[in-house]
Ligand binder design. Structure first.
Ligand code: 13P
Length: 251
């Protein structure tokens, strides 16, 4: 059985004061979450605060990105070992915002997958098609290419040490959600693609949905056979909303 994972991607939001308030709310409500594993991915500067507040709770935390390099003259970059130093379990890689605004290619994302594993981090590996690609009927082609890049570079066994997050770009921050059926179809396709390389890895792999997931649509999405949790943006910034999604996995 795959334990559902609900992870919050805070993106570039918050202040020390709002982070403290959010963490207090999460700690107060986490006992209601019976089934899902819960994680948060704050902006890097808040990670020490998150570690201080969440150590000893069931909530884990992670980074939003990492460098492909281990150390050295790479101004502004953060190494995987620095994330593990501050207790991170996860790191998001290949988010569409990094692919779009920072020019991250499939190849670079695959290198980041390896860098994360080398540092002992679990990659939350994001894939997904744009609106234009969906309308062009190439959704499956796009996600297959994104997955294959990691399998070719890292091998299917290493892919299986991570988590995939399917995030249709047109659903991110737009209020548009893939219908549970639409999402399930792609999740099943993704699992099938991995199964072409290893049935065992495909069976154990957690595939999260991301894109305007909210407390009122979470239960329907999470009920689908191949949807193993969520990667939550906007709704992860309010404790009540985020916990509402986490508890939707109780059923
Ligand atoms: P929203 O939940 O705000 O649509 O963002 C999803 C996302 O990009 C999570 O990584």
């Amino acid at each position: 059985m795959r334990q559902p994972l609900v992870a919050g991607n805070w993106k570039m939001n918050g202040s020390l004061a709002s982070v403290r308030e959010l963490l207090a709310g999460l700690k107060a409500g986490i006992a209601e979450v019976k089934v899902a594993e819960v994680a948060v991915c704050p902006p890097a500067v808040f990670i020490p605060e998150v570690q201080g507040q969440l150590s000893g709770t069931p909530i884990s935390w992670g980074g939003q990105d990492l460098s492909v390099h281990e150390s050295g003259a790479y101004t502004g970059e953060i190494a995987g070992s620095m994330l593990t130093d501050f207790g991170c379990k996860y790191v998001i890689i290949g988010h569409s915002e990094r692919r779009t605004y920072h020019g991250e290619t499939d190849q670079l994302v695959a290198e980041k997958f390896t860098a994360a594993r080398k540092a002992g981090l679990v990659p939350l590996f994001c894939i997904g098609e744009t609106q234009e690609e969906r309308e062009g009927g190439i959704t499956e082609e796009v996600v297959a290419r994104q997955i294959d890049a990691v399998i070719e570079h890292c091998g299917v066994d290493m892919l299986g040490e991570g988590v995939i997050a399917y995030e249709p770009v047109w659903a991110i921050g737009t209020g548009l959600t893939a219908s549970p059926e639409q999402a399930q179809d792609i999740h099943a396709f993704i699992r099938g693609r991995v199964a072409q390389n290893s049935a065992a890895v495909a069976e154990g792999l957690r595939i999260l949905y991301g894109g305007s997931m909210k407390p009122d649509n979470a239960a329907e999405l999470l009920a689908k056979a191949d949807i193993d949790g969520g990667l939550i943006g906007g709704a992860s910034l309010k404790a009540e909303d985020f916990l509402g999604i986490c508890t939707a996995a109780n059923e």
